[in-house]
Design a binder for this molecule. Structure first.
Ligand SMILES: [Fe+2]
Ligand SMILES: [Fe+2]
Length: 193
């Protein structure tokens, strides 16, 4: 009995030691966080590439549809920039499922379903698109700052270029919001019978 207790205690100590060694061996660094966040936004951008054509097709306003198509082309270029950064890091370009973007795009899909053919559809699409842009602006701002901290100036420049595009898209959507809401108020978009 006494021997069994000793064995168990020794085993417990060994497990604790192994866990402590594992923690010591792999402390997570800013480099790890940078890579994880890069994978998060890589997933998000690819999800956005699948979502924008649906939003463009659904939009009543030609200007709004054109804005979505323009940003689709920009987004394809943004994915290429991320590919370049993965290459600089010597890591495969791979996304990591991002629940935040899944949630935001699910909300957009819900608006498309519930407001199908309704006059307020475009206002809803704009709101959903701006939620996406704000998420991206937050992520790219953080990644750009971390790239600078890590001395990755070339990556920081690429991330800043994308951040500029996201911010200008957000501004364009804000301008469109006013005209879309005015047109809707003037009765240009009628609910389908
Ligand atoms: Fe983007
Ligand atoms: Fe964007």
């Amino acid at each position: 009995m006494a021997r069994r207790t000793t064995k168990r205690t020794t085993k417990k100590r060994a497990t604790r030691k192994t866990a402590a060694r594992r923690t010591r061996r792999a402390p997570k660094t800013l480099n790890d966080l940078f890579l994880e966040t890069l994978r998060d936004i890589y997933f998000a951008e690819n999800k956005i590439i699948k979502t924008l054509p649906k939003m463009s097709k659904a939009a009543h306003s030609k200007d709004l549809a054109a804005a979505f198509n323009k940003h689709l082309r920009e987004t394809q270029g943004q994915v290429k920039r991320l590919d370049q950064i993965f290459k600089m890091l010597g890591k495969p370009a791979r996304g990591k499922p991002c629940e935040a973007i899944n949630g935001i795009t699910d909300e957009g899909a819900e608006i498309m379903r519930e407001f199908k053919n309704a006059p307020a559809l475009d206002a809803g699409l704009l709101a959903a698109a701006q939620a996406v842009e704000h998420y991206e602006i937050s992520r790219y701002g953080t990644l750009r700052t971390w790239a600078e901290e890590l001395g990755m100036q070339e990556a920081a420049t690429l991330l800043q270029a994308t951040l500029d595009e996201e911010e200008s898209t957000d501004r364009a959507l804000t301008e469109l919001a006013t005209s879309v809401i005015n047109l809707e108020a003037e009765g240009h978009y009628r609910a389908a019978a």
